[in-house]
Ligand binder design. Sequence first.
Ligand code: G6P
Ligand code: MG
Length: 213
Amino acid sequence: KYKAVIFDLDGVICHTDAYHYQAWKALADRMDIYFDETINNRLRGVSRMKSLEIILEGNMGAALTDSEKQYLAEEKNNIYKKLLENMGPGDLSNQVRQTLNILRGAGIKLAIGSSSKNAGFILKQIGLGGYFDAISDGNNITRSKPDPEVFLMASEYLNIPKEDCLVVEDAAAGVDAAIAGGMDCAGIGDEMELKLADYHLKNFNDLLGIVLM
Ligand code: G6P
Ligand code: MG
């Protein structure tokens, strides 16, 4: 049914949520801005700049210039990148690795579709540098999820029509992006939040039943 699978990275292939949280929290604390896990959940799948805007909502967001915002986003990213150095091949679960290998062995093309500009570094850290057939990430897009650009670019890089691609997502913004791009989508995580997805994965390897049926 599908010729390719396009995976979101953060929250699907590996888990960087806690590092994003710690880095945003450090910035928010320094600025004396309230930040908690609930706000952090709203940042999933959203670009760095848009995330900063969400954090600054109702605080001093409107009073800051673009270059001040750039500076703050960079400050967060420097903390975040330092934390990513803690990641290694142990942060890739056996189930994810095995599922990817089985799909690949069956001739399915595999791509990444992530809003992150750190996707390449994260993949290298978890031992998947050079593994995917295509990587579409925060560096090749101008509009982040829920815009479909990142997934459409992935299907273009793979040279596989979007109708033949399945997107795997953990965030509502990502499911919305897949739908906006006219692609089928499998959600992994909170079923209520991802209710618009075509399939729901209880476990990552449920993907095999969907793609290889
Ligand atoms: C992913 C994460 C988001 C993050 C975005 C940008 O989509 O789920 O939480 O804001 O990437 O990440 P970056 O590494 O470029 O700051
Ligand atoms: Mg995600």
